[in-house]
Design a protein around this ligand. Structure first.
Ligand SMILES: [Mn+2]
Length: 324
């Protein structure tokens, strides 16, 4: 899968010749970015390398079981505290998406940046870039790198990498589910990856009230065949009544994409009274939800995007609408 063997080799020597490395994954860290970060950090540890892990946002407890997560700092000061001879950015299409563009700009020297990613839209911000858009995940690329470098993949490393592949393929269901990702996953299982632990933490982790909230959303699910959109609404009251934060609606749209015919899932929820957030998801490669989000003043990625508008969700005459 890695055709650019020269780059793979250079990454290896850069890492081995560095004495202090900063590892970064993108803000709102996900299962793939954290899985790669965790696996690479364990490898650097085995080489007795000094390193620092950074992510602008806190790690959700779904992923805190991955090794070394407690070592991730969100302290922005650390960009100027020490001198890093290598900065590695994982699973991030741009420095802005990682949330570190300004932090790196303000460093009092220009660091050498290594960019390892699988996003098609990656702007190749690194001094050295390994961007493979045919890979299911950055974890799959990391797996391939370890194989090329003949690194011993421990059970812990295998668990972290498998976590990333499972996360980014939507548990082996979306377009990233290729021969390559399945082969990598099966080899990682063979190496002792703890599949059950991943499932328990990432999938079987919902509270009773969360599922009740989702139940409300399911009940209100509508489908517009003309635009092939499945959509639903959640009010501020729904969240309050169940004592849930607004992030509780994340993950819901994955189900709506399972509706036959639906190409786009839209969840409208009241973040606070008078403010409505829309999140758009698609699993189709020929749909760009970022473009759709833009028409409402939002943005995001081809497969996941969002927008915020002012208004209130109201139910009248058997249908939901937005009161401006
Ligand atoms: Mn990813």
């Amino acid at each position: 899968m890695i055709k650019d063997l020269a780059t793979a080799q250079e990454i290896y020597s850069r890492m081995n010749n560095s004495s202090n490395i900063l590892l970064i994954t993108h803000k709102n860290p996900d299962g793939d970015g954290l899985g790669t970060l965790s696996a690479l950090a364990m490898y650097l540890k085995s080489l007795n390398k000094k390193f620092q892990l950074f992510c602008l946002d806190e790690v959700s407890k779904n992923f805190s079981f991955l090794p070394l997560m407690h070592e991730i700092s969100n302290d922005q000061e650390l960009f100027n505290k020490e001198k890093y001879d290598l900065v590695i950015v994982l699973d991030s299409g741009s420095l802005n998406y990682a949330g570190v563009d300004k932090l790196i700009e303000n460093m009092d020297y220009t660091p050498y940046i290594l960019n390892i990613d699988h996003h098609k839209t990656n702007d190749e911000f690194g001094n050295l870039n390994l961007v493979i858009s045919s890979a299911s995940s950055t974890s799959e690329i990391m797996y391939e790198l370890f194989r090329l470098w003949k690194v011993t993949i421990t059970k812990d490393m295998a668990t972290s990498l498998l976590n990333g592949i499972i996360y980014d393929t939507g548990v082996f269901s979306n377009a990233g589910t290729t021969l390559g990702s399945l082969k990598a996953a099966s080899h990682l299982l063979n190496l002792g990856a703890r599949h059950r632990e991943i499932n328990e933490n990432f999938i079987r982790n919902k509270s009773l009230n969360l599922l009740k909230l989702w139940g409300i959303a399911f009940e209100r699910l509508s489908y517009n065949p003309k635009y092939q959109i499945a959509y639903t609404v959640l009010t501020y009251k729904d969240f309050k009544k169940l004592g849930l934060e607004e992030v509780a609606s994340e993950g819901l749209s994955n189900f709506f994409n399972e509706l036959a015919g639906a190409k786009i899932a839209l969840v409208l929820h009241e973040k606070e009274p008078g403010i409505i957030k829309g999140s758009l998801r698609t699993t189709h490669d020929d749909v760009d939800v970022a473009k759709l989000a833009k028409t409402w003043g939002g943005g995001g990625h081809q497969k996941a995007a969002g927008f915020t508008i002012s208004g209130t969700l109201v139910y009248n005459d058997n249908k939901w609408s937005i009161n401006k």
